[in-house]
Ligand binder design. Structure first.
Ligand code: NAD
Length: 438
């Protein structure tokens, strides 16, 4: 099948590459000329495990192409995916201007039947708005489908290739058949394709992200309470996670959720509620708790240094909002770094993939280390913000030698308390007792 993908970011590039891998001919379109030039040179502009290899193979096979020209990109396509940004607008609602702008353009330039598939995360009712925007100028028949994407950054390729489920919101039989044949190769192990109306599909995505954000936030509150009563959140986590109704995943406490999806999607769902005079109380609380959680370690760090952070050197491990991605959108690390800088501390940071992105935002306000150990040189304390694999089993003796003081504030609970005590660190994590130096 000939496919076009409009918007070649995290979702669009993975979508395009994975459909090409299944033998389709895919043209990815983006307005960012620099990005398209990079892609044409064979360079993947984001970090996503497993993507490079598929990308290369499908370019070589002539199944994956890139352009900035919307008309040329969609002309041969029967299916056009929209993987465009839906950032929060000023009032917190999803900004639909990218999607509706492209929809309007498509209406003007389409020369044959197309299935227009919305992959972006959008509020209920967007499919209708897209239909209306396209219909304004369209001279050929078309269908609009809502097909929300559930991939996780860091696992995007494997999530796309083997999705837990595919959700297709569609009220047009022909389009539904086309979508089914497109997705069949991805669900050969029997995972379901759920067909539903467009509104339910749109809400499924928001409900999924809001639920996951709530689960994380609930556990963060349990962790905060553990500290007050002397319980250990790791034990509580294991204790509740083995209940199959609760499940083991998304129970790890830490310094809050971030990323390009959870914060904006929770906010957009709250706003959608307000538009219907519905107060999403639980999600309001989730947003407020998460806001506090991102800097929950700051008072502890200040307290440790007796309120005086001026001139202290803090090493930061991890900048991306989670491991295995270079995405720093709404990353808790940035909130902590800004708060520490405001207190007069200096920061030397290391992240395996996200440093260039942070450099583009923070510039020379902080220094960047070539590896995790160099970041520690002369540090008064280490702050861990992202649970990259490379930080999980470090050489504690080397760390102590490099640091001015053996002090770790761990926002991701990477280390065993007994081990920290044995190694002689001052160690403060989330929802567990502080380890004092012996
Ligand atoms: P992104 O910012 O990485 O990519 C969007 C791309 O669209 C950019 O390359 C941008 O240049 C391009 N673009 C903007 N306007 C354009 C236009 N008029 N024509 C062509 N291209 C244009 O965004 P993303 O992370 O891929 O997210 C896209 C959508 O998917 C969002 O709605 C997001 O909520 C949703 N989503 C994201 C993820 C994720 O993990 N990133 C997962 C599921 C769903």
């Amino acid at each position: 099948m000939n496919i076009a993908v409009v918007g070649t970011g995290y979702v669009g590039l993975v979508t395009g590459t994975c459909f090409a891998e299944m033998g389709n001919h895919v043209v990815c379109i983006d307005i960012d000329a620099h990005k398209v030039a990079q892609l044409k040179e064979g360079k993947v502009p984001i970090y996503e495990p497993e993507l490079d290899m598929l990308f290369e193979r499908n370019i070589k096979a002539g199944r994956l192409q890139f352009t900035t020209d919307l008309q040329a990109g969609i002309d041969a396509a029967e299916v056009v995916f929209l993987a465009l940004p839906t950032p929060p607008g000023e009032d917190g609602s999803a900004d639909l201007s990218y999607i509706l702008g492209v929809a309007k353009q498509l209406g003007k330039i389409m020369r044959s039947y197309k299935v227009l598939v919305d992959k972006s995360t959008v509020p209920v009712g967007t499919a209708e708005l897209v239909k209306a925007a396209v219909a304004e100028h369209a001279t050929v028949p078309f269908a609009v489908v809502s097909n929300p994407e559930f991939l996780r950054e860091g696992f995007a390729v494997s999530d796309f290739m083997k999705p837990d489920r595919v959700v297709i919101g569609c009220s047009d039989d022909k389009a539904a058949k086309i979508m089914e044949s497109l997705y069949k190769p991805f669900v050969r192990q029997g995972n379901p394709i759920y067909f539903m109306d467009e509104k339910s599909a749109e809400l499924t995505k928001y409900a999924a992200n809001a639920f996951l954000a709530t689960k994380i936030t609930f556990m963060n509150e349990v962790a905060n309470f553990c500290e007050l009563v002397g319980a250990d959140v790791d034990k509580v986590r294991i204790g509740i996670g083995s209940d199959s109704r609760i499940g083991k995943r998304f129970l790890f406490p830490g310094i809050g959720y971030g990323g390009s999806c959870f914060p904006k999607d929770v906010q957009a769902l709250v706003k959608s509620g307000q538009d219907q005079n519905y107060d999403f109380q639980i999600l309001q609380a989730v947003m407020a708790v998460n806001e506090d959680q991102k800097t929950i370690l700051l008072p502890r760090i200040k307290n440790y240094f007796r309120g005086q952070l001026q001139g202290k050197k803090i090493a930061v491990w991890g900048l991306a909002f989670k491991p295995d991605t270079d995405d720093i959108r709404e990353a808790p690390a940035l909130y902590m770094i800004r708060a520490l800088l405001a207190e007069g501390a200096s920061i030397c940071a290391y992240d395996p993939e996200a440093m260039l992105n942070v450099q583009a935002v923070l510039g020379e306000q902080i220094t960047y280390a070539p590896d995790e150990y160099v970041a520690l040189s002369g540090a008064d304390a280490l702050l861990i913000c992202t649970e990259w694999g490379v930080f999980r089993n470090p050489n504690f003796v080397a760390m102590k030698d490099l640091m001015k003081d053996a002090v770790i504030f761990d926002g991701r609970n990477l280390y065993d308390l007994e081990e920290m005590s044995k190694q002689g660190f001052y160690y403060s994590s989330v929802g567990r007792q502080n380890i004092m130096r012996s």
